[in-house]
Write a protein that binds this ligand. Structure first.
Ligand SMILES: [Zn+2]
Length: 52
């Protein structure tokens, strides 16, 4: 674990709620990451985007 690993939150692109948090290596993932994850508020799988 070096200085390039940061904690990020993943927010649902539909309701904007931050449902997940994870870590990423910002040297490996230079772009904002997007993951398909289940949103319990929308009750379906939505794209979750990296947010601070
Ligand atoms: Zn949602």
């Amino acid at each position: 674990m070096g200085d390039n690993v940061i904690v990020i939150a993943l927010a649902c692109s539909e309701c904007k709620r931050r449902n997940y948090s994870t870590t990423k290596n910002k040297q490996v993932h230079r772009e904002k990451i997007e993951l398909k994850k289940y949103c319990k508020w929308c009750k379906r799988h939505n794209t979750h985007k990296e947010t601070k």
